[in-house]
Design a protein around this ligand. Structure first.
Ligand SMILES: [Zn+2]
Length: 195
């Protein structure tokens, strides 16, 4: 089985609304280990499954971004509720390397879901943890942090975003990334297996 890779904007899987997982198996556990590995390599603190081309409601987080010091968390089929407060801070995304911008998020969020062992998660998160959870939860809906930036800020990034668009086009033409039809079929196959 080929290893996972982080896909970049505007890969279509990043815009595909993820489906809830109905089962966890050995393959999925291996993928989750790989997701942590890719996240640490890329110096990230969170990674959603559709960022590695897996269309599942699943994300991983380590707010320290360090295998040796932080707490690794796996969220399966997460639900966010009772947002409180608001805060503005700079965000980046492993699917948009080098792109940063100010994003308003709720200061506090209540998240429920399941961990990898099937235990229920029931957590009130604040500050950075709340921000990461909201960013990753957005991915599962097909939403990127650039969608939440002020239009004036996003306009400043338009040249860089265009470069990402050209890069995907080039890689699809050269075959290093499958065409959209093949990507769609693969998503359907994975959903039939796991959702
Ligand atoms: Zn992201």
């Amino acid at each position: 089985m080929p290893s996972l890779q982080i896909i970049n904007y505007p890969h279509p899987t990043l815009r595909h609304p993820s489906k809830p997982l109905k089962k966890v198996d050995r393959t999925l556990r291996t993928w989750i280990e790989e997701m942590f590995e890719l996240m640490y390599q890329a110096k990230g603190i969170g990674l959603a499954a559709n960022q590695v081309d897996l269309p599942f409601q699943l994300f991983v987080i380590n707010p320290e971004g360090d295998r040796d010091s932080g707490q690794e968390m796996v969220f399966i089929n997460p639900v966010l509720k009772t947002p409180k407060g608001s805060s503005q801070a700079e965000e980046g995304c492993l699917s948009l390397p080098g792109v940063y911008g100010q994003v308003a998020r709720s200061e506090q969020i209540h998240v429920t879901g399941f961990d990898l062992q099937g235990n229920p998660i029931d957590l009130v998160a604040k500050g950075l943890l709340a921000r990461v959870i909201q960013h990753e939860f957005d991915h599962l809906q097909g939403t990127l942090f650039i969608d939440r930036m002020e239009a004036s800020d996003r306009r400043l990034l338009s040249d860089r975003l265009y470069e990402f668009e050209l890069e995907l086009q080039t890689r699809q033409e050269s075959g290093t990334i499958p065409d959209n039809q093949t990507i769609k079929k693969r998503i359907e196959t994975l959903e039939n297996q796991y959702c």
